[in-house]
Design a protein around this ligand. Structure first.
Ligand code: XMP
Length: 431
């Protein structure tokens, strides 16, 4: 292992991740562990140079104040404590504010850590760890083409090459060119073992006539598990399942001191008899670090900086019961919007932008005759955490250009609207 590490022990602070980020920003790798880590487990972690006990408002769990095992101090590592005063911990600060100016000194002078945390070293370390974990066995990975699954695929390819089997399921609700780019990057450029399943007809048949958004979501999710399972059963010698779990997924699923925000799901729901061990090499990375890792592994910027795209894909943007005609209108108008946003330099600035096609028509006029066609609704929003969102103040010329192209190039459409509603009261998606 190449990188020195500072371990943060979670004693109920809500700032653990902020501290980990600060230490990583100093160029030193840092990971967070539960307060009840065993002394031997701490000793077994690679290249630990020091430990910070971080207490805070969640320190009382089930009516009891939690503490670390005092035997940890016999490991000989330097310790520092924040908001916490165990008898034997030398360096103690009463608050985060007081501790902050001393972090650098603790990391470099007290612990003697080297500033050797960078993506190249991270990748080298992970490659070594993945090889040690997997041995000669095979790893199965659901490759959606999203940032996390793409980066984990690229890292696993670097580590174990053809021992990785990627399954890309095209549910027919992908954006224009997206499945093609997964095939181009992973099969053609990275020579990956990639199974491509075109399940478009299967999905559209299952979804025919279904208009309730939650039922649509359930069908799309359940069908994915079924297809992935069918593919997995055809393969031999798979012991591991690769997952693009990243650090925020773990935090949101709850730690020993913090409550669950939402259950963390990547490929959950596989049948009980299909037991895999997990390979999750990104699970300590924050989103921007995942992107850096992807770039370092040679993934294209368009994949690494891809805007968030919901699991059910265009299925929740083709409102009501999905038809091929309206799905095509969503896909084509979305492609135009993305192209024009890129030309205008908005793709790097606006958080999420897409089009929606509702299941009603309006009257219009085309070639001197009455027409009765669908509208396209444009949505472009900015947000930090997707819990609230504000509308992008789109330049009128850009809006006109996009409108002109959609009306000219997209079939069955005669009207374009811009959604100016913030969240709340509107959600980002329409379904
Ligand atoms: P809303 O519409 O709830 O969206 O304001 C917030 C963010 O979540 C995305 N989203 C989803 N992502 N599966 C996903 O993986 C879903 O079913 C889903 N629904 C919404 C949405 O695109 C936005 O970024």
């Amino acid at each position: 292992m190449k990188q020195d590490m500072i371990v943060i022990l979670d004693l109920g602070s809500t700032q653990n991740t902020v501290l980990a980020r600060e230490i990583r920003d100093l160029g030193v790798y840092s990971e967070i562990y539960p307060h009840d880590i065993a002394p031997q487990a701490l000793k077994d972690l690679p290249n630990v140079r020091g430990v910070i006990l971080f207490g805070g408002e969640n320190r009382v769990v089930d009516g009891q104040e939690i503490d670390v095992d005092p035997a940890l101090y016999d490991t000989g590592l330097p310790f520092m404590a924040i908001d916490h005063a165990p008898a034997r911990c030398g360096l103690t600060f009463a608050s985060w504010e007081q501790a902050q100016p001393h972090i650098r000194e603790f990391v470099f002078e007290t612990c003697g850590a080297q500033a050797n945390w960078n993506m190249k070293n991270f990748i080298d370390d992970q490659v070594e760890a993945i090889r040690a974990q997997v041995g000669d066995s095979k790893v199965l990975l659901a490759l959606s083409g999203g940032v996390d699954s793409s980066v984990v695929a690229a890292l696993l390819i670097r580590a174990i090459g053809k021992q990785l089997v990627c399954v890309h399921v095209n549910h027919g609700l992908m954006r224009k060119g997206e499945s093609e780019s997964v095939i181009e990057v992973f099969r053609n450029q990275m020579d990956a073992n990639l199974i491509y399943v075109d399940a478009t007809d299967r999905y559209l048949d299952k979804l025919a006539g279904v208009s309730d958004p939650e039922r649509k979501r359930k069908i799309i999710g359940a069908e994915f598990i079924r297809i992935f399972e069918e593919e997995a059963r055809k393969l031999d010698g798979i012991e591991f399942l690769g997952q693009g779990t990243i650090y925020p997924d773990i935090i949101e699923s709850g730690t020993k001191t913090a409550k669950m925000v939402k259950s963390h799901h990547n490929v959950g729901g596989l049948p009980e008899d299909m037991k895999f061990q997990l390979v999750e090499p990104l699970k300590q990375l924050f989103k921007d670090e995942v992107r850096q890792c992807g770039l370092q592994l040679g993934l294209p910027e368009s994949m690494v900086y891809r805007q968030p795209f919901p699991g059910p894909g265009l299925g929740v943007r083709c409102l009501g019961a999905i038809t091929r005609e309206r799905l095509e209108a969503v896909r084509e108008s979305d492609a135009i919007l993305r192209e024009e946003f890129e030309k205008a330099g908005l793709n790097k600035r606006v958080w999420q932008y897409f089009t929606i096609v509702p299941d009603f028509k309006s009257v219009g006029v085309r070639d001197n005759a009455r027409c009765f066609d669908y509208p396209v609704i444009i949505r472009a929003v900015n947000t930090v955490d997707a819990m609230t969102a504000s509308v992008e103040r789109l330049d009128w010329d850009v809006l006109e250009r996009i409108t002109g192209r959609i009306l000219k190039e997209v079939k069955n459409v005669n009207r374009v609207c811009y959604d100016v509603s913030p969240k709340p009261t509107a959600t980002i998606e329409w379904e």
